[in-house]
Unconditional design. Sequence first.
Length: 212
Amino acid sequence: MKYKFTPKRDYPILGFLLVLILFALVLFSNKQDTGELSGTKNALLSDEVHKNLPQDEIHRGVAGAEGTPSSANVSPRFIQMLDSMRKDVADHPADTLKIHQLADILGQAHQNDEATVYYEKILRKYPKRTDLIFSMAYLNFVNQKFDKVNEYMHRVLKIQPDNSDAKFNLGTIAFREGKNDEAREWWQEIIRKNPGSEIASRARASIAQLKK
Protein backbone atom coordinates (compact mmCIF):
# COMPACT_ATOMS: atom_id res chain seq x y z
CA MET A 1 0.00 0.00 0.00
CA LYS A 2 1.30 3.45 -0.92
CA TYR A 3 0.82 6.84 0.66
CA LYS A 4 1.42 9.78 -1.64
CA PHE A 5 3.21 13.00 -1.03
CA THR A 6 1.16 16.04 -0.10
CA PRO A 7 2.05 19.61 -1.03
CA LYS A 8 3.58 22.07 1.36
CA ARG A 9 1.39 25.14 0.91
CA ASP A 10 2.94 27.96 2.98
CA TYR A 11 4.97 29.52 0.17
CA PRO A 12 4.18 32.13 -2.51
CA ILE A 13 3.38 31.22 -6.12
CA LEU A 14 6.47 31.94 -8.17
CA GLY A 15 6.79 34.11 -11.26
CA PHE A 16 6.19 33.55 -14.94
CA LEU A 17 8.82 30.86 -15.55
CA LEU A 18 7.73 27.73 -13.66
CA VAL A 19 5.89 26.68 -10.56
CA LEU A 20 7.63 23.98 -8.54
CA ILE A 21 5.20 22.07 -6.41
CA LEU A 22 6.86 21.67 -3.01
CA PHE A 23 6.03 18.48 -1.20
CA ALA A 24 6.05 17.26 2.35
CA LEU A 25 7.37 13.73 2.09
CA VAL A 26 4.37 11.73 3.25
CA LEU A 27 5.16 8.52 1.47
CA PHE A 28 4.49 5.10 3.00
CA SER A 29 5.63 2.33 0.71
CA ASN A 30 7.75 -0.80 0.54
CA LYS A 31 11.44 -0.28 1.10
CA GLN A 32 12.42 -0.67 -2.53
CA ASP A 33 9.83 1.69 -4.01
CA THR A 34 10.13 5.44 -3.77
CA GLY A 35 6.40 5.76 -4.46
CA GLU A 36 4.47 8.40 -6.34
CA LEU A 37 4.04 12.11 -5.95
CA SER A 38 0.55 13.42 -5.55
CA GLY A 39 -0.56 14.89 -8.89
CA THR A 40 2.84 14.58 -10.55
CA LYS A 41 3.39 10.87 -11.24
CA ASN A 42 7.05 11.26 -10.26
CA ALA A 43 7.64 13.89 -12.97
CA LEU A 44 8.96 17.18 -11.66
CA LEU A 45 7.68 18.82 -14.81
CA SER A 46 4.30 17.14 -14.87
CA ASP A 47 1.23 18.04 -16.88
CA GLU A 48 -0.06 19.84 -13.80
CA VAL A 49 3.03 22.03 -13.66
CA HIS A 50 3.02 22.62 -17.41
CA LYS A 51 -0.48 24.12 -17.12
CA ASN A 52 1.21 27.04 -15.35
CA LEU A 53 3.70 27.73 -18.14
CA PRO A 54 3.30 30.32 -20.87
CA GLN A 55 2.76 28.61 -24.23
CA ASP A 56 5.54 30.43 -26.04
CA GLU A 57 8.44 28.98 -28.01
CA ILE A 58 10.86 29.03 -25.10
CA HIS A 59 8.62 27.30 -22.59
CA ARG A 60 7.43 24.64 -25.02
CA GLY A 61 11.08 23.57 -25.17
CA VAL A 62 11.73 23.53 -21.44
CA ALA A 63 11.38 19.79 -20.96
CA GLY A 64 13.35 18.68 -23.99
CA ALA A 65 12.32 15.94 -26.36
CA GLU A 66 11.60 13.36 -23.69
CA GLY A 67 9.38 15.41 -21.36
CA THR A 68 10.79 15.59 -17.83
CA PRO A 69 14.16 17.39 -17.77
CA SER A 70 17.18 15.34 -16.75
CA SER A 71 20.92 15.61 -17.16
CA ALA A 72 20.51 13.85 -20.50
CA ASN A 73 17.49 15.43 -22.12
CA VAL A 74 17.11 19.09 -21.13
CA SER A 75 16.71 21.17 -24.24
CA PRO A 76 19.34 23.71 -25.35
CA ARG A 77 16.75 26.44 -24.92
CA PHE A 78 16.18 25.38 -21.33
CA ILE A 79 19.92 25.44 -20.67
CA GLN A 80 20.10 28.92 -22.20
CA MET A 81 17.27 30.07 -19.95
CA LEU A 82 19.00 28.57 -16.91
CA ASP A 83 22.27 30.35 -17.71
CA SER A 84 20.36 33.61 -18.13
CA MET A 85 18.75 33.12 -14.71
CA ARG A 86 22.13 32.42 -13.12
CA LYS A 87 23.44 35.70 -14.54
CA ASP A 88 20.34 37.53 -13.32
CA VAL A 89 20.89 36.19 -9.81
CA ALA A 90 24.57 37.15 -9.95
CA ASP A 91 23.55 40.68 -10.96
CA HIS A 92 20.90 40.86 -8.19
CA PRO A 93 22.32 38.84 -5.29
CA ALA A 94 19.86 40.28 -2.76
CA ASP A 95 16.75 39.37 -4.77
CA THR A 96 15.50 36.27 -2.97
CA LEU A 97 12.60 35.77 -5.39
CA LYS A 98 15.03 35.43 -8.30
CA ILE A 99 17.18 33.08 -6.21
CA HIS A 100 14.13 31.00 -5.29
CA GLN A 101 13.04 30.72 -8.91
CA LEU A 102 16.51 29.61 -9.96
CA ALA A 103 16.73 27.05 -7.15
CA ASP A 104 13.34 25.58 -8.07
CA ILE A 105 14.24 25.24 -11.74
CA LEU A 106 17.64 23.72 -10.92
CA GLY A 107 15.79 21.15 -8.84
CA GLN A 108 13.49 20.40 -11.76
CA ALA A 109 16.59 19.92 -13.93
CA HIS A 110 17.98 17.47 -11.35
CA GLN A 111 20.90 19.76 -10.51
CA ASN A 112 20.24 19.19 -6.84
CA ASP A 113 23.55 20.26 -5.35
CA GLU A 114 23.41 23.65 -7.04
CA ALA A 115 19.74 24.05 -6.15
CA THR A 116 20.57 23.40 -2.50
CA VAL A 117 23.25 26.11 -2.57
CA TYR A 118 20.65 28.68 -3.64
CA TYR A 119 18.03 27.50 -1.15
CA GLU A 120 20.61 27.83 1.61
CA LYS A 121 21.41 31.38 0.48
CA ILE A 122 17.81 32.36 1.12
CA LEU A 123 17.77 30.50 4.44
CA ARG A 124 20.76 32.49 5.64
CA LYS A 125 18.57 35.57 5.30
CA TYR A 126 15.27 33.95 6.31
CA PRO A 127 16.22 30.98 8.52
CA LYS A 128 12.63 30.06 9.37
CA ARG A 129 11.55 29.37 5.77
CA THR A 130 10.52 25.76 6.31
CA ASP A 131 9.12 25.53 2.77
CA LEU A 132 12.70 25.76 1.47
CA ILE A 133 13.84 23.05 3.87
CA PHE A 134 11.05 20.81 2.60
CA SER A 135 12.24 21.54 -0.94
CA MET A 136 15.74 20.37 -0.10
CA ALA A 137 14.36 17.31 1.66
CA TYR A 138 12.35 16.46 -1.45
CA LEU A 139 15.41 16.68 -3.69
CA ASN A 140 17.21 14.24 -1.41
CA PHE A 141 14.20 11.96 -1.14
CA VAL A 142 13.97 11.37 -4.87
CA ASN A 143 17.66 10.43 -4.81
CA GLN A 144 17.00 8.10 -1.85
CA LYS A 145 19.33 10.03 0.44
CA PHE A 146 17.16 9.30 3.43
CA ASP A 147 19.76 10.35 6.01
CA LYS A 148 19.62 13.86 4.56
CA VAL A 149 15.81 13.82 4.55
CA ASN A 150 15.93 12.86 8.21
CA GLU A 151 18.33 15.73 8.90
CA TYR A 152 16.12 18.26 7.13
CA MET A 153 12.97 17.11 8.92
CA HIS A 154 14.65 17.54 12.29
CA ARG A 155 15.72 20.98 11.10
CA VAL A 156 12.07 21.81 10.43
CA LEU A 157 11.09 20.63 13.93
CA LYS A 158 13.64 22.97 15.50
CA ILE A 159 11.74 25.82 13.86
CA GLN A 160 8.21 24.40 14.13
CA PRO A 161 8.14 21.73 16.88
CA ASP A 162 4.55 20.76 16.07
CA ASN A 163 4.95 20.40 12.30
CA SER A 164 2.96 17.26 11.52
CA ASP A 165 4.38 16.85 8.00
CA ALA A 166 7.91 16.65 9.36
CA LYS A 167 6.85 14.14 12.00
CA PHE A 168 5.05 12.00 9.45
CA ASN A 169 8.13 12.02 7.24
CA LEU A 170 10.37 11.01 10.12
CA GLY A 171 8.02 8.11 10.72
CA THR A 172 8.23 7.22 7.05
CA ILE A 173 12.05 7.26 7.05
CA ALA A 174 12.11 5.18 10.25
CA PHE A 175 9.81 2.64 8.59
CA ARG A 176 12.02 2.43 5.53
CA GLU A 177 14.97 1.70 7.81
CA GLY A 178 13.10 -1.12 9.55
CA LYS A 179 12.52 0.89 12.75
CA ASN A 180 8.83 0.16 13.10
CA ASP A 181 8.58 1.11 16.77
CA GLU A 182 10.10 4.53 16.06
CA ALA A 183 7.81 5.01 13.07
CA ARG A 184 4.79 4.17 15.21
CA GLU A 185 5.87 6.69 17.86
CA TRP A 186 6.08 9.53 15.33
CA TRP A 187 2.68 8.71 13.84
CA GLN A 188 1.03 8.26 17.24
CA GLU A 189 2.29 11.70 18.25
CA ILE A 190 0.51 13.22 15.25
CA ILE A 191 -2.72 11.45 16.23
CA ARG A 192 -2.47 12.63 19.84
CA LYS A 193 -1.90 16.27 18.93
CA ASN A 194 -4.09 16.60 15.81
CA PRO A 195 -6.63 13.76 16.03
CA GLY A 196 -9.10 15.17 13.51
CA SER A 197 -6.62 16.15 10.81
CA GLU A 198 -6.12 14.55 7.40
CA ILE A 199 -2.54 13.68 8.23
CA ALA A 200 -3.72 11.98 11.44
CA SER A 201 -5.92 9.76 9.27
CA ARG A 202 -2.87 8.87 7.20
CA ALA A 203 -0.91 8.18 10.37
CA ARG A 204 -3.64 5.80 11.57
CA ALA A 205 -3.60 4.01 8.21
CA SER A 206 0.19 3.75 8.38
CA ILE A 207 0.09 2.27 11.86
CA ALA A 208 -2.54 -0.20 10.72
CA GLN A 209 -0.19 -1.33 7.95
CA LEU A 210 2.56 -1.95 10.50
CA LYS A 211 0.33 -4.50 12.18
CA LYS A 212 -0.17 -6.57 9.00
